[in-house]
Design a protein around this ligand. Structure first.
Ligand code: ADP
Length: 361
């Protein structure tokens, strides 16, 4: 068993509490990403699990054992750092074997485990190279092999991809995720990059100011953010201040009435209406059919437009309220190609995609 349970974990430096009462459960074989802006306490949390930082309060259980007071080398955690942290004077094989030597594993077994770990990251042929003779991507794979060689109960990844260029990042992302799933490794990853977290993680823990604001699958966090902070951090979101007029109907401060999910009663008088730009569909008024049963459509005017290749972004004025919509770029000479600045349009969305959140932006 190698599930991780964190209970009431906190860290203070002097009077400053940089991590406050974190509770988190990473199931066996699961990859959870700690996501949040710089300075929110992600690395400190990871370092407390690895044993490099001593918690002020709380407990860390790995596979049922309380590891909170153990030194790092007795925790069975393999860590990969943003900076790779390879020993420059040691060969690739010696770097990968370092943790095994520390644990007094005999020569024959050590060599075999080095070979296996390097083969997992497809670097068997570079065992005798020195780190300076490797590319950034290769160095990061050596760091990963070093973490895997000790057969850790858990893998800890601290911004593992942020030193790599965009193309390599995608490759190493896939490689780490495949390996993690193949080996069924319980993994906690720290990142400030939402795309990385959305593509790699089974679940995300959204952090802010030393606390976890929301935990869920990427889709849960994206589709049903609990608060304005989470909605604004992940992807783009129209956030409009106003109040709930009736179940399923929001009225903005400017007086626009907008349909919303009747089930998302924020329970507060002053609320924020949250709607992802890609959930809005636009049809030019001139080519729109009669309303039929589509009572939710709203009349708006296009005030601006940005061509993004596959998609186009439209700025809208909906009875005094500004909204952004993103649609697949229309083909030329189709009715939708009339979507231009100045055009009068109908904007529609599914009521369930517009949620009311309790606080203000
Ligand atoms: P993140 O990984 O989310 O960027 P960190 O966990 O590195 O955030 O840091 C959280 C906060 O704790 C920051 O404000 C940082 O300045 C502070 N901090 C980190 N380490 C120390 C330390 N050794 N002494 C004092 N403050 C620290």
């Amino acid at each position: 068993m190698s599930e991780l349970i964190i209970e009431h974990l906190a860290k203070a430096y002097g009077d400053t509490r940089v991590v406050k009462d974190i509770n988190l459960h990473v199931e066996e074989g699961e990859l959870v990403a700690l996501l949040g802006p710089s300075g929110c306490g992600k690395s400190t949390t990871l370092r407390m699990i690895a044993g490099f930082v001593k918690p002020t309060e709380g407990r860390i259980l790995l596979g049922g054992e309380d590891i909170s007071r153990l030194p790092p080398y007795r925790r069975d955690t393999g860590m990969v750092f943003q900076s790779y942290a390879l020993f420059p004077h040691m060969s690739v094989a010696a770097n990968v074997g370092f943790g095994l030597e520390m644990r007094k594993i005999g020569r024959a077994e050590r060599d075999e485990r080095i070979r296996q770990a390097l083969s997992m990251v497809r670097l068997d042929h570079l065992a005798e190279r020195m780190p300076r003779q490797l590319s950034g991507g290769q160095q990061q794979r050596v760091a990963l092999a070093r973490a895997l060689a000790i057969n850790p109960k858990m893998l800890l990844l601290d911004e593992p991809l942020s030193n790599l260029d965009a193309k390599l990042r995608g490759e190493v992302q896939h490689e780490i995720r495949n390996l993690q799933q193949r080996l069924g490794l319980t993994t906690l990853m720290v990142t400030h990059d939402q795309d990385e977290a959305l593509t790699m993680a089974d679940r995300l823990a959204m952090m802010e100011g030393g606390v976890v604001r929301q935990i869920g699958t990427p889709q849960e966090i994206y589709d049903t953010p609990d608060d304005v902070y989470v909605a604004g951090f992940i992807g783009r979101c129209n956030l409009i201040a106003g109040r709930q007029k009736a179940p399923g109907l929001f009225v903005s401060e400017g007086g626009s009435e907008l349909p919303c999910d009747p089930a998302s009663d924020a329970g507060a008088r002053e609320v924020t209406f949250a709607l992802r730009p890609e959930k809005i569909t636009l049809v030019p008024v001139a080519s729109a059919p009669g309303p039929g049963d589509d009572a939710t459509r709203q009349r708006a005017r296009i005030t601006g437009m940005a061509y993004l290749g596959a998609q186009t972004e439209f700025e809208l004025d909906l009875a005094g309220t500004a909204l952004v919509a993103v649609m697949p770029t229309p083909s030329r000479n189709t009715p939708l190609s009339a979507l231009r600045p100045g055009a009068e349009v109908f904007a529609t969305w599914q009521a369930q995609d517009a949620r009311l959140l309790a606080e203000r932006p």
